[in-house]
Design a protein around this ligand. Structure first.
Ligand code: UT7
Length: 331
């Protein structure tokens, strides 16, 4: 799916994030599996990640992130009429985490649902929210992207535990007077689904006793380097923009080597690229909003800046969005 927006302007008017307190360094990981700081930094760029405690679930970090996004937009939970949580690690399958959040936030008139699209979930969710806002079905949406993949990792598998961390981010989306989303591109290739999967997590019977997330890192790496480039090029072309027009590039924070490859292939200046994978690892659906928040904290997301975001993950899926950032421009 690809499209340049033609309807009313819709932008992001509030942004908030939350990560668990508990920090796990590469040295901590080396005590659990046969790995070391040098290998992890060289192959992934990751130095540490946040890991939820046994008691913490997704909603425990999604709720503070949501509250921060609402406060940033200057609105209350009751002002929200659409609440989407993009995640593959909800508190439980039902009630949905979105329904839990709607209740906690007082969003009593919101349609609320969870959305599954692997690490690309946040990109799918903002595209969906855009459609509902532009059509007039919704007036103000809260979109949350977050995961606690630490809960579904095999903590004896060194090829996955080094890569992932927990975190969540939330955005308020509504109609704006200037700027806003210029377009979206979303895709899925189920032939690669076997390279990143979580058997035993749904209704398909699984014989194994090892019901954990599993990954063929090399195959996902190849896929990632391909789609991070092709998706960005597609959305830029669709919106009549070039890489030179991009002010801020927010790639999915999966692995520093994947980001470096995309930056080089696309010809985007490294200084325009947001990288925080070193401190959070790959937080799945939390990755892009966490990176957006860091870019904003660094003063890089001022009014009128053209921001390119691209995510990819299980499915295998990918998604890009192009947005002209609007500061304090809610209608
Ligand atoms: O959101 C999407 C989610 N997933 C991704 O984006 C993952 C994409 N893939 C990757 O980021 C990389 O493939 C990994 C970081 C997972 C692995 O890096 P790699 O450079 O592809 O390593 P590899 O799997 O090719 O393994 C190279 C070597 C192997 O040893 P031999 O066979 O060459 O002797 C592995 O056994 O490194 C070994 N190895 C490790 N060594 C130390 C694998 N994991 C580790 C480890 N520590 N944690």
């Amino acid at each position: 799916m690809i499209g340049a927006t033609t309807g009313p302007r819709v932008g992001i008017t509030g942004l908030g994030t939350c990560v668990p307190e508990q920090v796990m360094t590469n040295a901590d990981l080396a005590k659990l599996v046969d790995t070391n700081d040098e290998w992890i930094v060289e192959r992934t760029g990751i130095k540490e990640r946040r890991i939820a405690t046994q008691e913490e679930a997704l909603s425990d970090i999604a709720l503070p992130a949501s509250r921060a996004a609402l406060a940033d937009a200057g609105v209350e939970g009751s002002d929200i009429d659409l609440l989407i949580v993009a995640t593959v690690t909800p508190d439980m399958m039902f009630p949905t985490t979105s329904a839990i959040l709607a209740d906690e936030l007082g969003a009593t008139s919101a349609g609320a649902y969870d959305l599954l699209a692997g690490c690309t979930g946040f990109m799918y969710a903002i595209a969906q929210a855009y459609g509902l806002l532009a059509s007039g079905m919704s007036n103000r949406a809260l979109v949350v992207g977050g995961d606690v993949l630490s809960k579904v990792l095999d903590w004896t598998d060194r090829s996955t535990v080094v890569l992932f961390g927990d975190g969540a981010g939330a955005v308020v989306m509504e109609r704006v007077e200037r700027g806003g989303f210029l377009g979206f591109e979303l895709g899925a290739d189920g032939t690669g689904g076997k390279h990143l999967w979580y058997p035993g997590s749904g209704s398909r019977h699984y014989d194994g006793s090892d019901s954990f997330m599993k990954m063929n890192g090399r195959e996902v790496f190849k896929f990632a380097t391909r789609v991070m480039v092709s998706s960005a090029r597609s959305i830029l072309g669709q919106c009549g923009k070039t890489v030179d027009d991009v002010d801020v590039y927010v790639p999915h924070q999966a692995n520093k080597r994947i980001i470096d490859h995309a930056v080089a292939k696309l010809g985007i200046a490294p200084e325009k690229t947001v990288v925080n994978v070193q401190k959070y690892g790959n937080t799945s659906s939390g990755s892009i909003p966490l990176a957006l928040a860091d870019a904003r904290a660094d003063g890089r997301l001022s009014d009128g800046k053209l921001v390119l975001m691209t995510g990819m993950g299980a499915g295998l899926t990918w998604g890009s969005a192009l947005i002209e950032w609007t500061e304090g421009a809610a209608q």
